[in-house]
Design a protein around this ligand. Structure first.
Ligand code: F6P
Length: 366
């Protein structure tokens, strides 16, 4: 028989993401509606170690759905990675008679969720990260808002590029994933983008800008993933120098495409959560509560083709590594041949979809 839950904890951990508050609200309201008390854990896993928790009532999560950041605060807690830190966290949970935890964050947060599950605390993860780098899920909370922020700001750069016939190279977050980059490159009409998933031909990029400038194009945008921290500024220099030399050689100063670099960084991690992030956060929050109260643990909530489901955390971590090509020896040992075949098929399909998106971008990008 499933355990009777009287009280659960909810935390946000890792890089904050717009929509985390909406998820905390949904978790709180869904749990209260099922007769379960909720404790908000302050500052992610650090709050568990240092016993910083607050009871959450329905009123406490009122007027939060539209707010970005996380009112529970967030942290990347190194102490929680050590057994001693984890034991302190478990002691806090026992002291407050918390029967289970919902942890909202990215892959680091889910490692913590697995650690708690393994020590007898049922824990469910909800993907909240702008990076969209939880391979099993089509979307993570915050991804849509971050992309919206990118396109709004790139559109502003476009305005001034067009006036001055310039190029702006914009670096955007996403850690090792190019999802924000490719989608915003498409949506802003960028001439090129640089992502970890596909090769970048710098010569072809510069040639393209020259060809388009000769044809009269005035504004050029290139979106670069933060996975290439040096590349953006170097590319700006190259476009500046190459087009300036060409302009001088041909005696045509119109060929000089003056280029500027802009790193958006944390700018796109704030801002009002979009409709789709609020909906995703709300649905995932309620789903996570249902899974936890049904006696499940060590799972993350995922969205695939518009439907929510849950997946074992270790399984989802293998998918992440398969996708990035960072699997280490022994990581597949605990999975059956059938599971591995399913994982491989999933990754193949995901990569094909990404490649198609990239091919489409290349085709329609002038
Ligand atoms: O994982 C979210 C993220 O915003 C990444 O895109 C970025 O690489 C990282 O966090 C930045 O972390 P911090 O907020 O610690 O600087």
């Amino acid at each position: 028989m499933a355990q009777k839950f009287r009280k659960i904890g909810v935390l946000t951990s890792g890089g904050d993401a717009p929509g985390m508050n909406a998820a905390v609200r949904a978790v709180t309201r869904a749990a209260l509606a099922r007769g379960v008390e909720v404790m908000g854990i302050i500052g992610g896993y650090r709050g568990l170690i240092h016993d910083e928790l607050i009871p959450l009532t329905s009123g406490d999560v009122s007027n939060k759905i539209q707010l970005s950041g996380t009112f529970l605060y967030s942290d990347r807690c190194l102490e929680f990675k050590e057994e001693a830190g984890m034991q302190k966290a478990i002691a806090t949970l026992k002291k407050h008679e918390i029967d289970g935890v919902i942890a909202i964050g990215g892959d680091g947060t889910f490692r913590g969720a697995t650690d708690l599950s393994a020590r007898g605390i049922p824990t469910i993860g909800i993907p909240g990260t702008i990076d969209n780098d939880i391979t099993a899920s089509d979307n993570t909370i915050g991804f849509n808002t971050a992309m919206q922020s990118v396109i709004e700001n790139v559109d502003r750069l476009r305005d001034t590029c067009e006036s001055h016939a310039r190029c702006n190279v914009v670096e955007v977050m996403g850690r090792g994933a190019g999802d924000i980059t490719i989608n915003t490159a498409i949506a802003t009409g960028a001439v090129d983008c640089v992502i970890p998933e596909c090769p970048f031909d710098e010569d072809a990029c510069v040639e393209k800008i020259i060809r388009l400038r000769r044809a009269g194009k005035r504004s050029f945008l290139i979106i670069v993933s933060e996975a290439f921290p040096e590349l953006g500024e170097a590319l700006v220099k190259r476009i500046n120098n190459t087009t300036k030399e060409l302009a001088e050689k041909e005696g045509n100063d119109r060929l000089w495409v003056e280029s500027k670099f802009c790193r958006f960084a944390h700018l796109v991690r704030g801002g009002t959560p979009t409709l789709s992030d609020r909906l995703l956060a709300t649905k995932m929050g309620v789903y996570a509560v249902d899974e936890l109260l049904a006696g499940k643990s060590d799972l993350i909530v995922i969205e695939q083709n518009g439907e929510l489901a849950s997946m074992n955390i270790a399984y989802s971590q293998v998918l992440d590594r398969m996708y990035k090509g960072t699997l280490k020896e022994g990581m597949l040992d605990k999975f059956t041949a059938e599971q591995i075949a399913d994982m491989e098929a999933f990754i193949k399909a995901k990569k094909e979809t990404f490649a198609k998106t990239y091919a489409m971008f290349e085709e329609i990008t002038g």
